[in-house]
Ligand binder design. Structure first.
Ligand SMILES: *Cc1c(COP(=O)(O)O)cnc(C)c1O
Length: 367
């Protein structure tokens, strides 16, 4: 028998979440962001649920090859553009659209020998100070690109640093709009947080653009947790991590649990030992109190996460025993949901990191 732990990717939930992004941005086309192997879900496993997107956005050229190998003929966008000159040959061969965020990429394009001009997305650094041309240098970059025979259409792009928080997008949006006012071309601005919070059904005036770029929302995690949870945005978990109890212990008052004896029982209690640890991608920074579902019933982890196991309080599930289902995040057989965002928060991180860190040793199925 393999170790009783596995993950499940929910095709219907991916479809549902993608439809939610469309609902929030009804006039825009939707890039499904599938970087980092579809946020840990697996590009091949997520594809069926996401094939209704207008395009796929990612970073790695080898991931672009995998999307083409699945038969996808529509747009693919390289969100960081090319890294070296020969990447441009692959862009030509696979018909990839690519971001241009720096002078070095323009120079590579200018030196590239191709019959077929390429579509590029010119990225502005509107305040995040990660990738992109400053507003002052943006127009000159556009003019240089526009003069290149290697370049076909130029689209305009920026990325928000605070779409999920109190600072919001107002300032960056004003910078972007002022610097691009009279430039032609399609616009792409919004990640998940901006798509949901500044879209139809969001709080403010909807922001219009030609393409939105939702990632995390498509996988069913709330981009602005804990201000809003996945249920608020009507998102469904696209990944479930399930294991089983492989043992139980009866504790008396004063007994401790696990490495470092960080948990001490107040009185008599039963705990279950779960076949999931940090080597499976469960965050080691989670500690006593982290929510977990046993047989669909919410309870808590106790003690430290170890490499291959965690321990859980069985007080609310007295019938649980060897072989009982444990849901680390996602959907239990009963239909009960444990949002990945709550587990992430307990571990001092975000749902993104947990999805992406699902370990290779965990077998993954699709339903
Ligand atoms: C990752 C990424 C996104 C998607 O972000 P989410 O927060 O997951 O929606 C959008 N745009 C760019 C440029 C990205 O790198």
């Amino acid at each position: 028998m393999p170790r009783p732990i596995h993950a499940t990717i929910h095709t219907e939930s991916l479809r549902h979440n993608l439809a939610r992004a469309r609902q929030a941005a009804p006039d825009a086309r939707v890039w499904a962001v599938v970087k980092a192997n579809a946020y840990g879900h697996g590009i091949e496993r997520a594809f069926e649920g996401l094939r209704g997107a207008d395009g796929f956005a990612l970073l790695d050229l080898n991931e672009a090859e995998r999307v083409r190998a699945l038969g996808w003929r529509g747009p693919i966008l390289l969100l960081e553009g090319v890294f070296e000159p020969r990447d441009l040959e692959l862009c030509s061969r696979l018909d990839l659209w690519h971001t241009v965020h720096c002078d070095e990429q323009i120079a590579m394009l200018a030196a590239h020998k191709t019959q077929v001009p390429q579509r590029v997305f010119l990225k502005m650094n509107s305040g995040m100070n990660r990738l992109g041309f400053t507003p002052q240098r943006y127009r000159a970059a556009w003019t240089r690109l526009n003069a290149l025979p290697q370049v076909d259409e130029i689209s305009l792009m920026t990325h928000f640093s605070d779409a999920d928080g109190a600072r919001g997008i107002t300032q960056q949006l004003a910078v972007f709009n002022a610097a691009t006012r009279d430039l032609p071309g399609e616009r792409t601005l919004s990640n998940s947080a901006a798509t949901l919070r500044y879209g139809e059904g969001g709080d403010g005036e909807p922001l219009h653009s030609d393409w939105v770029r939702p990632g995390i929302a498509v996988y069913g995690s709330a981009p602005d947790f804990p201000e809003h949870d996945a249920a608020h945005w009507n998102l469904q978990p696209a990944m479930t991590l399930t294991a089983k109890l492989i043992g139980t212990q009866q504790l008396a008052a004063g007994d401790t649990v696990g490495y470092g004896s960080t948990f001490t029982a107040d009185g008599a209690m039963r705990i279950g030992i779960v076949a999931c640890g940090y080597a499976d991608g469960y965050p080691r920074h989670c500690s006593t109190g982290t929510p977990v579902l046993v047989n669909g019933v919410r309870t808590r982890m106790v003690g430290r996460v170890s490499m291959d196991m965690i321990m859980v309080d069985l007080t609310p599930v007295p019938d649980a025993g060897f072989g009982t289902e444990v849901t680390l995040w996602g959907r239990a057989l009963s239909g009960a949901v444990l949002p990945i965002d709550e587990v992430a928060q307990a571990g001092g991180t975000v749902g993104y990191e947990l999805m992406c860190a699902l370990a290779l040793r965990v077998p993954v199925g699709v339903e």
